[in-house]
Design a protein around this ligand. Structure first.
Ligand SMILES: Cc1cc2nc3c(=O)[nH]c(=O)nc-3n(C[C@H](O)[C@H](O)[C@H](O)COP(=O)(O)OP(=O)(O)OC[C@H]3O[C@@H](n4cnc5c(N)ncnc54)[C@H](O)[C@@H]3O)c2cc1C
Length: 500
């Protein structure tokens, strides 16, 4: 083998996966066909769960230190959600995708894992023992043999095409415009915005004009804004170039004289295609991020789902490469992550309908939206949607374990008192290893975990909490309240961490 894992695609998914594999001690080659990092910032919204995952790896603080990134309040169908409803510590932020990509790539380079730009995957064959990939680099080609290959090569995945993997779903039926802009506000807005931190603030808004055309704005840091324009005036064939005039006209239609274009950074058309591969694994090839699922970018889900795919997959792949993975571990990537993206696709479709993305202005739709707005006043509904859009309600099946409210869920970022002082639980996950939080004081529990000490850390604490066994991706796979019956701990250790 030339390397344990070849990761194709250095977008957010591939970069995060490379981080996870490096942490798991797996040799990795990361290639991208682009000559250099893209400056095209697509995603801007980082959800609270992704913030937590970055924090769990010690990446969040240095990332936030690179600039001034406003809080992202989160929305569902352009109805503002209240982050006060969340039980996490970290609010979402607007951090441009380019910033995240540069940061992750620089960090990898610090660890000696530089992205190999201008390496285009052009052919692929997989057998029982590994994968042979052909990469074109300038005028030369070379083959790379790896034990596993991960397709993180985006919506138009070459890997998917080369392997003939179907990408079922709905083709794009409508297009809209997305642009990064600077705006001027000569007058107060003509119409009341439906989404905004303050009444009358069009800094973060979704405004629909009488003719069904609409505009949305999100702050991207400084005075840069992400502008989306949709409705009948913008539903043009995907390849039609977006002109400055189209953007000026779109702004006029929705905001009248209240908003003017000061600077256009770049613009392109997006479609509402929604697709997902049926199986994220084909033998020694795995798919992650946009290569596995695409949808309209509403509510800031695509990049976040891709980064979360990477964190779910990384440690399982590392365990498999290092030969300690219990039977079926790698397949839980499919059983855990496929339903998550399937739900994202469904909720994005529901949002685009409620927002009247195509600008039909139909009375039935408006009635449904009114009803939805009423339901959204109910605290339980709001909390459900806020937690879902934040990615904080994701939980995975944990077989053969007695019920516990935390089982399968993300570990909360508890403050823990330990012999060497206080520590945050999420800081303890920076090693990328399993973790047993042990408030029992019972030497049997320590003795029981000891044989797994090369994979699982044991942390005695005096903080009153349930005893928790946490996987490297931060999900709880065993939990016991006081008096901490340890009888299910060993099966959980075997199930997730293999034979001692
Ligand atoms: C306008 C817009 C706004 C968005 N806003 C948000 C948001 O706020 N929040 C959010 O979470 N998501 C958002 N998204 C979605 C987000 O941008 C994507 O989901 C994300 O980029 C997916 O990351 P990825 O790494 O899976 O794929 P990509 O970012 O597409 O990266 C794939 C990489 O693979 C490389 N590649 C492709 N083929 C080959 C090959 N043959 N050989 C080698 N390399 C190859 C490509 O060059 C590319 O660099 C938005 C998208 C758009 C278009």
């Amino acid at each position: 083998m030339d390397t344990d894992v070849l990761v194709v695609g250095a977008g957010p998914t591939g970069l995060m996966l490379a981080h996870e594999l490096r942490l798991g001690g797996v040799s990795t080659v990361l290639v991208d066909r682009l000559p250099e990092r893209s400056e095209l910032s697509r995603a801007g919204g980082v959800t609270p769960r992704t913030m937590e995952l970055l924090d769990q790896r010690g990446l969040l603080e240095p990332l936030l230190a690179t600039g001034d990134y406003p809080m992202s309040l989160g929305h569902f169908a352009a109805r503002l959600l209240d982050p006060g409803d969340l039980d996490g510590r970290l609010p979402g932020r607007f951090i441009p995708q380019t910033v995240i990509e540069k940061f992750l790539a620089d960090r990898l380079a610090d660890h000696g894992l530089a992205v190999r730009w201008a390496h285009d995957l052009i052919a692929l064959s997989a057998d029982e023992d590994g994968v042979t990939a052909t990469l074109r680099h300038g005028t030369t080609t070379r083959t790379v043999r790896s034990a596993f290959l991960v397709a993180a090569d985006g919506a138009h995945s070459t890997v998917r095409t080369l392997l003939g993997i179907a990408f079922p779903g709905r083709p794009g039926t409508d297009t809209s415009v997305v642009a990064d802009v600077r705006l001027r506000y000569p007058r107060p807005p003509r119409s009341e915005p439906q989404l905004g931190p303050e009444p009358g603030d069009i800094g973060q808004s979704h405004t629909v004009a009488a003719d069904g055309n609409w505009a949305m704005q999100f702050p991207l840091g400084g005075d840069l804004r992400r502008l989306a324009l949709g409705g009948p005036a913008h539903s043009l064939p995907r390849q039609t170039p977006v002109t400055e005039e189209e953007i000026r006209a779109g702004l006029r239609t929705v905001y009248g004289e209240a908003v003017e274009l000061a600077e256009l950074r770049y613009a392109y058309r997006i479609t509402n295609a929604a697709r997902q591969v049926a199986d994220y694994r084909r033998g020694r090839v795995l798919l992650a991020g946009d290569a596995a699922h695409i949808h309209l970018p509403i509510g800031g889900q695509g990049m976040n789902t891709g980064i979360q795919d990477a964190v779910n997959l990384g440690w399982k792949l590392a365990a498999t490469v290092h030969n300690w993975a219990p039977r079926g571990l790698l397949d839980t990537y499919q059983s855990e992550r496929h339903p998550v993206a399937a739900r994202v696709l469904r909720t994005v479709q529901a949002q685009s309908l409620l927002m009247d993305w195509t600008g039909t202005g139909g009375p039935d739709l408006l009635a449904a939206r009114q009803l939805f707005d009423t339901l959204l006043q109910l605290p339980d509904t709001k909390r459900y949607l806020t937690t879902m859009m934040a990615g904080l309600d994701i939980h995975y099946p944990m077989p053969e374990q007695p019920d516990h409210p935390l089982l399968g869920r993300r570990a909360p970022d508890l403050d823990l008192a330990t012999g060497s002082g206080p520590v945050r639980l999420h800081e303890l996950l920076r090693t990328g290893r399993g973790l047993l939080i042990d408030p029992t004081g019972d030497p049997n529990l320590a003795a029981l975990t000891h044989p797994w000490k090369d994979r699982v850390d044991h942390l005695p604490t005096t903080t009153p909490t349930d005893a928790l066994l946490i996987r490297p991706d931060g999900h709880i796979c065993w939990a016991a309240p006081s008096p901490y019956p340890p009888q299910h701990l060993e099966p959980a250790l075997l199930h997730w961490f293999g034979r001692a």
